[in-house]
Design a protein. Structure first.
Length: 340
């Protein structure tokens, strides 16, 4: 680096985090394969049949399924899979669509926080700190468990409407696509842990190109461009903040609150990239940005997908999401203070 006329040192930054982008793309494509296999859609009629015409019971059955699925297939993909189902159920049964869409988005954000592959911000943190898959999951588990408990309490203490669901058309299960997708999911996790991120995208593209081209044809490639733009823009912002000597919290409750708050303004993926420039503790950062995805709609791309597909008004969405975010944030602060 050189200094010209007393200005800041010149640098040649890596404009795009190609490793994270490769791994995220691989996992999103694999998630699309799981979606098209029909495995999650096959759960819908069974859940409806078990609800006994109770809205509350249907939520208590559906939300944990979305939560668990999001930890595996990413929250954005979970919304693409489940929100059309939620909308269809609302139209068939009179289920409160706004409530169902919002709670589904919250449960997707909650579940995705559990694993390193659940959402893009977790993938970035996982790679940056070179954490083990199990280490990340175990440390996030207490937070995710309590966030889910809070969500289910919201359901339990809400009104219980009677629903009457007509028969739903059966969905075919494509077992070959399911097997390929499950194999690639495990392989991409392994390649992510061993640092071979570019290899993950190469193998994923080749396998689907040879065996299941429908996955690549139906994949939303604009989503990858969106993530690339985010990485470019906010890596630069993080650099400028550090050069301007603006100190960001690097640990504990302050980091948790700051990262959750910033996520409300610029979304949790850019917020993660901004804070990484200050080299913070990974756990409060991960907790903050994941909790931040459950508040305002801008906090997470999954929220935007849910609202767009469900055609829910922002005011109605925030009527459920903001109170949940406040409670979840307080619970997270208590856990950090107790050092659990």
């Amino acid at each position: 680096m050189t200094i010209i006329d007393g200005s800041l040192p010149k640098r040649t930054p890596e404009l795009v985090d190609w490793g994270s982008l490769s791994l995220i793309t691989s996992l999103i494509i694999t998630s699309k394969g799981l979606e098209l296999s029909g495995v999650f859609g096959r759960l819908a009629p069974r859940l409806v049949g078990m609800s006994n015409h109770s809205e509350k019971r249907l939520f208590l059955l559906l939300l944990p399924v979305i939560t668990f699925s999001s930890a595996i297939i990413m929250n954005d993909t979970a919304m693409l899979v489940f929100i059309p189902l939620v909308v269809a159920l609302s139209e068939l049964s009179g289920l409160d669509k706004t409530k169902a869409v919002t709670l589904s988005a919250i449960s997707a954000n909650v579940g995705s926080a559990l694993t390193p592959i659940g959402n893009p911000q977790n993938i970035i943190i996982w790679r940056h700190y070179e954490l083990g898959f199990l280490t990340f999951t175990v440390d996030m588990f207490p937070f995710v468990l309590l966030w889910l408990v809070v969500l289910l309490f919201f359901v339990v203490f809400s009104t219980d409407e009677t629903i009457s669901v007509e028969s739903l058309p059966p969905l075919a299960l494509r077992r070959d696509l399911l097997l390929v997708s499950v194999f690639l999911l495990g392989l991409n996790v392994y390649l992510g842990e061993t640092g071979r991120h570019e290899l993950s995208i190469a193998i994923t593209l080749i396998l689907f190109l040879l065996l299941e081209r429908d996955v690549l044809l139906s994949f939303d490639w604009a989503l990858v461009l969106t993530f690339a733009f985010i990485f470019i823009d906010f890596n630069e912002l993080s650099y400028l903040l550090s050069k301007a000597s603006l100190s960001l919290p690097t640990g504990g409750v302050k980091l948790l609150i700051a990262s959750a708050t910033l996520s409300q303004l610029i979304s949790n993926v850019p917020a993660t990239v901004v804070f990484l420039g200050s080299k913070p503790e990974w756990l409060p950062l991960a907790v903050g940005v994941n909790a931040g995805g459950t508040g305002f709609i801008v906090g997470s791309l999954a929220n935007l997908i849910a609202v767009r597909i469900g055609r829910v008004r922002l005011r109605d969405f925030h009527r459920y999401s903001v109170p949940y975010f406040i409670v979840a944030l307080v619970v997270s602060i208590v856990i950090i203070l107790l050092g659990v």
